[in-house]
Design a protein around this ligand. Structure first.
Ligand SMILES: CCCCCCCC/C=C\CCCCCCCCCCCCC/C=C/C(=O)SCCNC(=O)CCNC(=O)[C@H](O)C(C)(C)COP(=O)(O)OP(=O)(O)OC[C@H]1O[C@@H](n2cnc3c(N)ncnc32)[C@H](O)[C@@H]1OP(=O)(O)O
Ligand SMILES: Cc1cc2nc3c(=O)[nH]c(=O)nc-3n(C[C@H](O)[C@H](O)[C@H](O)COP(=O)(O)OP(=O)(O)OC[C@H]3O[C@@H](n4cnc5c(N)ncnc54)[C@H](O)[C@@H]3O)c2cc1C
Length: 643
């Protein structure tokens, strides 16, 4: 199962080796992080990042190994933006000459970059950005300027204190004419003494949610006061500006300007299973240790994992972690394919890839953030302790629902893709993830054939149910949209239904990828049978949760929906004996989990007790402030209390 989770024996070995490397090195200790003040926390992160870079070079780690190393260090920092956004932006949007100049500098970290797109006034609406880049023909330069307060760049990670360069997105203006938003490479700091260059105002935007997690990152604010950069620092693969000030667009579609976001959204989907599996591992291990009620004749109480209600909250999350792992793997291969095509100027699969990355980013991050919080509740009161590992994990993870495309905004992008696909049905056969929309007649006419709970243990029955639900919701939206004279008005009016239809489409993708995975790529029959159970749990849990959709579209009868729920209950009993094996297969080491409740050895209570004594408040019996503020109250002589 560890190999199935990792994807291959080699992938398992690489990640296992890097997990041990980090866990065994005292520099990467992290238990004390929540006790540090912001400045110490930040300096500590800089120290770890520098040490990691030294290890990467000294040990000559491969790119894959370096990624795992950064992952297990488990601390958001400026290198995330450098490697995941700055470098890919130059790779995807730079010309050959620009790549030749900038990539070697970035890849050896002689410069450190960030991605400065979002502003105080606009994040989702990229076309609404206000920063200007005005071409000056006389000097062959662009003048970067922040004309309003709301045009201040706001959020870019690593920008406040570390980055020396940024890809800045700004409105291109030539001779007073606006030519859309483009990316520009801008130097922010001196490479000698690290001070901000003249004309730039740079700072940190302040503390974020959760203490010890995202505050290791210096998210920044940036303002320009007529800062000049050479013309050849506009990223020019998509559009070019000549020294005469002529604006030209190549055959490459404009959407490639958004390419870096596609790349990162893909990574975010691949990473969702890491965060969810981490929470599920903690909650499952603890649910086996924790006992409440049910003692008979002085025997042990019931392990809370044996309560059906606990199983019905925990096991769908366990199944979702596996589902997201597989859909992340699948999306990665889709992305690698589109990347190769884009390099060869084949843009045909870009719209579908955009819809998949946007939709699956929204689906997996929302479910993972909610899932981590549910795992915290599954651990009862102890889940609220920082030492459970869950509050910090939630605080770290939850912004994924907003960054890289706010989730609802992303679902509306999927809706645009689906509406377009449906309106083209007469003359263009849909392919890939939308292929099912080419079979609308049977999907709209046939109804579910399930008669017994056992009938639900059939991948074809499940797949057809999810296809029929998605097709009926999408086509229904398409029909209602056609009644509007103005399509944009119709889209806005129906946006709630469109988001629900998009979710149905994305859930169909995750379910079908899970089934596909079982049919083709599982090593060993035992592993395959166990995963089959999780696949059914995932699908039937979604069916139960969204049974309103399945019933309202008329594909299922209430009886069939209740048979699905009956089967789901039976499946929970099949998951139970393997629950610990399923979470051990994630291969998460104690160092990585950083959780007293999720310890591999289950030694929860003594370690919880021990951890409490490490709190600074327990350094002494009488702490600072007691004598000054509590003793006077105790010693006052009042005849009666006034409240
Ligand atoms: C204790 C626990 C601690 C745990 C700690 C653990 C830490 C672990 C740490 C490290 C691990 C190491 C591993 C590292 C991995 C890390 C990876 C992740 C890093 C994440 C860092 C997060 C940093 C965040 C960065 C950002 O947020 S950057 C800013 C992102 N901004 C957005 O996403 C903006 C969203 N808006 C848009 O994309 C657009 O404005 C829009 C909504 C799409 C609208 O576009 P617009 O042009 O205005 O209009 P449309 O008409 O809708 O579109 C036109 C057209 O284009 C098509 N389109 C749109 N987008 C794309 C696209 N991307 N690609 C292709 N095509 C696109 C669209 O479909 C339309 O097409 P048609 O005309 O054909 O219809
Ligand atoms: C931790 C973190 C790190 C970040 N790092 C970076 C970075 O490195 N670089 C960078 O450039 N940016 C970064 N960002 C910014 C991030 O990309 C934006 O915050 C994100 O894209 C959301 O945009 P917004 O803040 O404008 O949200 P808004 O769009 O203002 O969202 C507010 C609400 O409006 C709704 N809404 C917006 N538009 C629509 C619509 N058309 N239809 C219906 N509802 C709508 C949304 O659903 C949401 O409920 C980061 C953000 C965070 C939280």
């Amino acid at each position: 199962m560890k190999v199935a989770w990792a994807g291959s024996r080699e992938a398992f070995q690489v990640s296992d080796r890097m997990a041990k490397l980090v866990a065994n090195d005292p520099v990467f200790e992290k238990f004390s992080k929540p006790m540090l003040g912001r400045k110490e926390l930040f300096k500590n992160t800089l120290r770890k990042a520098a040490y990691a870079w030294k290890l990467i070079n000294d040990l000559r780690l491969t790119e894959e190994e370096a990624k795992w190393l950064r992952h297990y260090i488990d601390e958001p920092n400026y290198t995330d933006l450098h490697w995941e956004m700055f470098v890919p932006a130059i790779e995807g949007q730079g010309t050959k000459e620009q790549k030749k100049k900038w990539l070697p500098l970035a890849q050896t970290m002689q410069i450190i970059g960030t991605y400065a797109q979002t502003e105080l006034g606009h994040g989702s609406n990229v076309q609404g950005l206000e920063t200007t880049a005005t071409f000056d023909r006389q000097t062959d330069e662009f003048v970067m300027h922040s004309p309003t307060l709301t045009s201040s760049k706001w959020w870019p990670g690593g920008m406040a204190k570390v980055a020396t360069h940024a890809i800045v997105y700004a409105r291109l203006i030539i001779d007073g004419l606006f030519h859309g938003v483009h990316g520009f490479i801008v130097q922010l700091r001196s490479l000698e003494d690290h001070s901000p260059l003249p004309g730039l105002t740079l700072g940190d935007i302040g503390m974020k949610f959760g203490h010890g997690t995202y505050n290791t990152m210096d998210n920044g604010v940036l303002r320009f006061d007529h800062v000049r950069i050479p013309r050849n620092q506009m990223l020019m693969r998509v559009s070019q500006v000549t020294k005469e000030g002529k604006y030209a667009q190549s055959d490459v579609p404009r959407q490639l300007l958004y390419g870096t976001m596609v790349s990162v959204r893909q990574t975010i989907v691949a990473d969702a299973s890491k965060a969810l599996s981490r929470a599920v591992c903690i909650a499952t291990r603890y649910s086996v240790v924790r006992r409440q009620f049910g003692s008979r004749n002085g025997g042990p109480e019931t392990q809370v994992i044996d309560y059906k209600t606990q199983q019905s909250r925990l096991f769908p999350l366990l199944a979702s972690a596996y589902a997201f792992r597989f859909v992340g793997e699948w999306l990665k291969s889709l992305y690698i394919d589109v990347k190769q095509r884009l390099e060869a100027n084949d843009f045909s699969t870009l719209p579908e890839t955009h819809a998949c990355t946007a939709g699956l980013k929204a689906l997996t991050t929302a479910a993972t953030a909610d899932g981590i919080e549910e795992c915290r509740k599954l651990c009862g009161g102890h889940g609220y302790l920082i030492s459970s590992g869950l509050p910090e994990l939630f605080a770290f993870y939850v912004p994924a629902c907003s960054y890289e495309g706010e989730n609802v905004v992303m679902m509306l992008q999927v809706a645009r893709f689906l509406v377009k696909t449906v309106s083209n049905l007469g003359y263009k056969q849909p392919v890939g993830t939308a292929a099912y929309l080419g079979r609308v007649t049977p999907l709209l006419q046939n109804n579910c054939a399930v008669q017994t709970a056992e009938d639900w243990l059939n991948p074809d029955a499940i797949l057809e149910a999810f296809e029929a639900r998605a097709a009926r919701m999408v086509i229904g939206c398409g029909e209602r949209l056609a009644m509007f004279e103005n399509p944009e008005e119709g889209f806005a009016e129906l946006s709630i239904d469109l988001v629900e239809a998009s979710l149905a489409h994305c859930q169909l993708i995750t379910v079908s990828v899970f089934i596909q995975k079982l049919n083709h790529e599982i090593p060993g029959n035992g592993v395959k049978r166990s995963l089959e159970v999780l696949c059914y749990v995932y699908a039937l849990f979604l069916l139960h949760k969204h049974q309103g959709d399945f019933l309202a579209t008329g594909y299922l009868t209430p009886k069939q929906a209740s048979l699905a729920n009956e089967q789901l209950r039976t499946l929970y009993s099949k998951v139970r004996p393997n629950a610990i094996a399923f979470v051990d297969s994630f291969n998460h080491m104690d160092h990585y989990l950083c959780s007293v409740l999720g310890r591999y050895d289950g030694n929860v209570y003594p370690k919880l007790y021990e951890a409490a004594w490490k709190d600074p408040l327990n350094d002494s019996d009488i702490v600072d402030g007691i004598q000054q503020y509590v003793q006077p109250i105790l010693k006052q002589k009042l005849h009666y209390a006034k409240l």
